[in-house]
Design a binder for this molecule. Sequence first.
Ligand SMILES: [Zn+2]
Length: 70
Amino acid sequence: MEPHTEATPVPPLVSVPRQSPEGPQPPAGHTTSTSERGSFCLAACTCGWRGPARRSRDLARKDATRHTAG
Ligand SMILES: [Zn+2]
C-alpha cells in the first residue's frame, strides 16, 4: 500500500490504426448477393467469397446463407 498516488500519464493512442469508414461496405461482417451469369446464378460476398455457379437462384442463395452462417 503506497501512500502516494502518482498518476502515470497515459499517452493518447496515436498509433492505433484507424479504420476508414468510407466505402459502401461495412468493415466487418459479410454481405452476400446473388448475380446471374447467363443461365447460371452464383452468390458473392463482400469479403471476396464466391459461391459456385448454380442452376437456380435458390441454390445460390443457400450457398450464401451457408457462407454467412460460418
Ligand atoms: Zn463473406
